[in-house]
Design a protein around this ligand. Structure first.
Ligand code: HEM
Length: 448
């Protein structure tokens, strides 16, 4: 075994700036090249700070499972939006909230939510009928955002939004998150109190989101006992020791978190799938033939999903190539060893599902879209931590089964109803913002 060392390889970057500008300008390509050139752990100078990019599945296992308590989340820029919600909190408070919310994501509950998923998809497809009749191209991502927002607010908060309201709120969320995510690698960030155009727009968006969320909470508090969903669990929960209820601010943080984490990632993935299918006719044909033999034109139910393996393989492969959470970070409490490298306490470690999903030792021909990689035998023989779209360990995504069920239902409903083609002249590239969406826009046309 090689000796332990703290000399971690990496680029030097520019004086003062380090590699911050490259991470800002072209992070995906840059990180993949770093992994190829320097290996599984790379040191990145970022102004006064240093970040370590860990991409080997063994390291992912160490960070997210074996020694996960030593790797905490510190997302100061997200705190204003998500507060102490499940995504951003740590320690005992996180554990208590996770336990409280877990039952809302139980398999049987998600099965019961399938009806709402089907109804909302029907509503979207009725809109698409109109586009088909008038040969009107449309932007698929906007449609998917509306769909996944309506599904999350109906299933988790027992309410519905008008399409106009959903549109305004979705935009406020996206704009504020992308703006915050963009600030992360900036060397100079104007303080939030300065009236810069960016700060002012951010504040307006946040106010709009909070007004909506507090309205939802107040409505529910006035009429308790009428629902059986996540919001009811949050509003009625009492601390086992003190008997205290959660404060409106605590509930607000969880509602904002679920609303945010529960729609944009799934919408992005569905949009990627549609985009990929318009360029991979063979995969599309195979999907259609699976749907025809199992569903024969009817809508899927949760019982059908295990009998649609190719449907699932296409989703898995899309999440491999374009994991919505393309980067995430942790801060070490105590020193740790990754491979034969020693990391100091306080170090920031970045994990990138995007780069790990392209690791040459685990993914041959990694850039090609090939759902066959997820055939059962092949998937089972692979390193378990080489595929981490939902991360792994105790802090893995609480909504993974919700999202997978939703996508497995929406996709056959779309394809059984329409032929989809890309509008030429609009090249699509991954947009590494708060999540990895296809863009700038995905214009398509549908025929019934
Ligand atoms: C394709 C869809 C989705 C993907 C790829 C995804 C991915 C992820 C990832 C990678 C994390 C870990 C983040 C980190 O530790 O820094 C995470 C956490 C989380 N996700 Fe998802 N997610 C998806 C859908 C959803 C949905 C539908 C919900 C809710 C309905 C949800 C709720 C959450 C929550 C609450 C956490 C924090 C969990 C914790 O720390 O205990 N996600 N997700």
């Amino acid at each position: 075994m090689p000796a332990l060392t703290n000399a971690i390889p990496g680029p030097r970057g520019l004086p003062v700036l380090g590699v911050g500008n490259r991470l800002l300008n072209d992070p995906l390509e840059f990180m993949v090249r770093l992994q190829r050139h320097y290996g599984d752990l790379v040191q990145l100078p970022l102004g006064k700070h240093t970040m370590y990019l860990a991409t080997h599945p063994d390291m992912v296992k160490r960070i997210t499972q074996e020694n996960w308590k030593n790797y905490i989340k510190r997302y100061p820029t997200m705190d204003e939006i998500l507060g102490q919600g499940l995504v951003t909190s740590n320690g005992e408070y996180w554990l208590r909230q996770r336990r409280l919310m877990q039952p809302a994501f139980h398999h049987q509950r998600i099965t019961r939510m399938a009806d709402v998923m089907v109804e909302e998809t029907e509503r979207m497809l009725a809109r698409w009928e109109g586009y088909a009749r008038s040969h009107r191209p449309f932007e698929v991502q906007e449609e998917m955002m509306l769909l996944t927002q309506q599904i999350i607010v109906r299933t988790m908060f027992g309410t519905s939004l008008s399409d106009a309201e959903a549109h305004t709120i979705g935009k406020a969320f996206n704009d504020s998150l992308n703006w915050v995510a963009g600030q992360q690698f900036r060397i100079f960030q104007p303080p939030r109190s300065w009236p810069t155009p960016g700060n002012l727009a951010y504040r307006r968006n946040l106010e709009l989101l909070e007004r909506t969320v507090y309205r939802l909470i107040n409505e529910r508090r006035q009429r308790p006992g009428e629902h059986d969903d996540l919001l009811e669990m949050l509003v009625t929960a009492r601390d086992a020791d003190t008997g205290e209820q959660m404060s409106p601010k605590q509930i607000r943080d969880e509602v904002m978190t679920i609303f945010l984490a529960g729609h944009e990632t799934t919408a992005g993935t569905l949009s990627w799938i549609i985009h990929l299918l318009t360029h991979h006719g063979d995969t599309e044909r195979k999907l259609r033939s699976e749907y025809a033999s199992v569903l024969g034109g009817r809508n899927p139910t949760p019982n059908d999903l295990p009998r649609l393996p190719y449907n699932r393989m296409v989703i898995d492969e899309t999440l491999r190539l374009y994991p919505p959470t393309w980067i995430l970070t942790r801060v070490l409490i105590n020193p740790d060893t990754l491979g034969n490298y020693q990391l100091p306490a306080g170090a920031t470690v970045a994990l990138s599902p995007y780069v790990t999903h392209r690791h040459p030792a685990f993914w041959p021909n990694a850039e090609s879209f090939d759902p066959e990689r997820f055939r059962r035998e092949e998937a089972e023989s692979r390193h378990k931590f080489a595929y981490i779209p939902f991360l792994s360990g105790p802090r893995q995504c609480i909504g993974n089964n919700f999202a997978l069920t939703e996508m497995q239902i929406v996709l056959p409903m779309i394809l059984q109803r329409f032929q989809i083609s890309a509008v030429p002249g609009y090249p699509v590239q991954p947009q590494p913002k708060a999540t990895l969406r296809p863009g700038p826009k995905v214009w398509v046309e549908v025929r019934g």
